[in-house]
Design a protein around this ligand. Structure first.
Ligand code: 2HA
Ligand code: ZN
Length: 273
């Protein structure tokens, strides 16, 4: 079997193509990482032909990710090109037992490095793995235009943005009843952005990066993509309504409560009035 035939690799390719088609990945914008299960790790090992790269310090330490393997997009690679050449645009990265060094096991055939947000992804994988009892496997970052636009129009607080999203579409409180975290405008790829996000990821599965994009996590690629899509759809409705002169009525807090109750999820009550 070839690496590109593995379902996990095909899932990465599909997410990248779908994200590109949504318009969320101009140029080399965005990145995604997927933490393999033990079975997927063994299947990948049986496909590997190339020798592993040298161990490289991560600059951070994530002991609870020691020995884990990740599929990742490459730094500077374009999501648009992933389906055409996944062996160049994607990579498979192994962490050492201490969780402080990585090495390349597959991919980046034309050279390069894993995503510039690798440290951010791994710090956040570490936090979400802990917060979800090991269920979380995906970190997905994209640049959807409407959630970026919204970050120019509202106070940059978790409550203001979460509530505005819930008020804009009934799907929103169902899909992210915990709301979204928000961090201010920070340098892309910086360790400061990574740490700020991870503080939010202790509580939220999605974090708005003001004026930049959205960072989503999930147990699998479909769930993380679906969260990105649902937050962005609600933000699109919010900005459309704003652009048309503002809302005549919103989904009320009691309606938000009823929606959450109706589908059996726990809304973050402190964000409502
Ligand atoms: O270019 O999106 O945040 C990749 C990015 C950095
Ligand atoms: Zn970005």
């Amino acid at each position: 079997m070839m690496m590109t035939e593995l379902p996990a690799v095909q899932g990465m390719v599909r997410l990248c193509e779908d994200g590109w088609l949504q318009g969320w990945h101009e140029r080399n914008g965005g990145n995604v990482t997927y933490r393999l299960t033990r079975e997927e790790q063994e299947a990948a090992i049986s496909c590997l032909a190339q020798p592993s790269g040298p161990w490289t310090p991560l600059g951070i330490s994530a002991p609870n990710l020691g020995g884990e393997w990740f599929l990742a997009t490459g730094s500077g690679k374009y999501f648009r090109n992933v389906p055409l050449d996944p062996v160049d645009a994607l990579c498979l990265v192994e962490l050492n037992d201490a969780g402080d060094c990585w090495r390349l096991r597959w991919g980046l055939s034309g050279g390069g490095k894993p995503t510039s947000e690798l440290a951010a992804h791994l710090i956040n994988h570490s936090v979400r793995k802990e917060a979800t009892g090991g269920a979380c496997r995906v970190m997905y970052h994209a640049h959807p235009a409407h959630i970026v636009a919204m970050s120019f129009l509202l106070p940059l607080t978790d409550r203001e943005i979460s509530r505005a999203l819930w008020q804009s579409e009934t799907e929103a409180p169902m899909v992210f009843p915990g709301g979204v975290g928000v961090v201010g405008c920070m340098v892309p790829g910086s360790i400061e952005l990574a740490w700020a996000s991870s503080e939010k990821m202790k509580e939220y599965d999605a974090v708005v990066w003001a004026h930049h994009g959205l960072f989503c996590s999930g147990p699998d690629l479909d769930t993380a993509f679906g969260l990105m899509h649902t937050v962005e759809k609600a933000a699109q409705v919010w900005t459309l309504v704003r652009s048309c002169g503002g809302a005549r009525q919103l989904i009320t807090d009691d309606e938000i409560r009823a929606i959450a109750e109706g589908c059996g999820v726990q809304i973050r009550e402190e964000f409502l009035q």
